[in-house]
Design a binder for this molecule. Structure first.
Ligand code: CIR
Length: 257
C-alpha cells in the first residue's frame, strides 16, 4: 500500500504527564520535539503530505495520534481509546479525516479500541484485545472489517504484559514479512507469512513502520536493522528515545492513509 497522507501532532508542553509504565524517567520536551520533526521530515521525504493537527495542550498523549482512528482505503473509523484521559483526542482528529473520507464510522460505547491495537496485513486485519481495547470494541471493528471484505482476527494480548498495544510488538512490513517481538503471542492466522523475531534486547524495535518502500526503525537496535537489510529492505533509523519513555514508538506517531 502506498501512502500519500499522514496526520501528526507534535508533543505538547505537558507531554511528560502522559500515561506511561516506563521506568526510563521523564522525557525531555525539546528533544521530543526535535525527534518528532525528524519523523515528519522522514515521512515527507517518502512522498507523504504531512498534516499537523492542532496542538492539544489538555492531552499529553495526543502526539500518539494513531490510537485515535483507523484509516482504510474507502473509509475510516474513529476509535474510542480505552484510557479515559485520551478519549477527547478524537474530537480534533475526526474533522481532519472528514476532509479526506466520505465514509467515517465510529466505535461506539461500550466498545473501546485504540488504533495501536490494529494491524492490517494484506486481507487480514489483526485486532488486539488488550488492556485498552475491549471485546466490544474489537468485535465492532471486526464486523466493520468483515463487511468491507477483510478477514478480521481478534488476538488476546492481555497476557503479554510487555505489549501495551498489538503493534508494540506485531507489525506487518509488507512483502509477506512480519516483525514480531520475542514476547508476542503465537498467532495461527499469520503462519503463512515470514516472521522476523529480534532477540529480547531489541524487542522495542519490533515497533517499526513500513512506508512507501522504506522501513523506519528505532535507532539503537543494529541487529534488527541488519536483519532487514539482509532481506533487501531499505531501512531508516530514527531516534525515538523520548517517545519510548512514554511507551510510544514509530507506528503510533502518525495516522497514514
Ligand atoms: C499511552 O499510554 O496511551 C501513551 N503514553 C502511549 C501510546 C502509544 N501508542 C501506541 O503504541 N499505539
Amino acid at each position: 500500500m502506498r501512502y500519500t497522507h499522514a496526520l501528526v501532532r507534535r508533543p505538547c508542553a505537558r507531554f511528560a504527564s502522559g500515561l506511561t509504565q516506563s521506568t526510563e524517567g521523564p522525557p525531555d520536551l525539546v528533544r521530543a520535539l526535535a525527534q518528532h520533526a525528524a519523523y515528519c521530515g522522514a515521512l515527507t521525504e517518502l512522498g507523504i503530505e504531512v498534516t499537523p493537527l492542532p496542538d492539544a495542550p489538555d492531552h499529553p498523549d495526543g502526539t500518539f495520534v494513531e490510537d485515535t482512528a483507523l484509516c482504510f482505503k474507502e473509509f475510516c473509523v474513529i476509535a474510542r481509546p480505552g484510557a479515559p484521559s485520551r478519549r477527547g483526542e478524537c474530537a480534533s482528529v475526526a474533522p481532519a479525516l472528514q476532509r479526506h473520507y466520505r465514509r467515517v464510522l465510529n466505535i461506539e460505547e461500550p466498545g473501546t479500541l485504540d488504533g495501536g491495537d490494529v494491524c492490517l496485513a494484506e486481507d487480514l486485519l489483526l485486532i488486539g484485545h488488550s488492556a485498552r481495547t475491549n471485546e466490544a470494541g474489537a468485535r465492532q471493528l471486526a464486523d466493520i472489517a468483515r463487511a468491507a471484505g477483510l478477514k478480521p482476527h481478534i488476538i488476546d494480548i492481555r497476557a503479554s504484559r510487555a505489549l501495551l498495544h498489538l503493534k508494540s510488538g506485531i507489525n506487518y512490513l509488507g512483502e509477506g514479512l512480519f516483525l514480531l517481538s520475542s514476547n508476542a503471542p503465537a498467532i495461527p492466522a499469520i503462519e503463512r507469512f515470514e516472521h522476523l523475531v529480534p532477540d529480547a534486547a531489541e524487542d522495542y524495535a519490533a515497533n517499526a513502520l513500513a512506508v512507501n518502500g522504506t522501513v523506519l526503525i528505532a535507532a539503537g537496535y543494529p541487529r534488527i536493522g541488519a536483519a532487514l537489510a539482509a532481506r533487501g529492505r531499505r531501512t531508516q533509523p530514527l531516534d525515538t528515545s523520548e517517545f519510548r519513555k512514554m511507551d510510544g514508538g514509530l507506528t503510533c506517531l502518525s495516522l497514514r492513509f
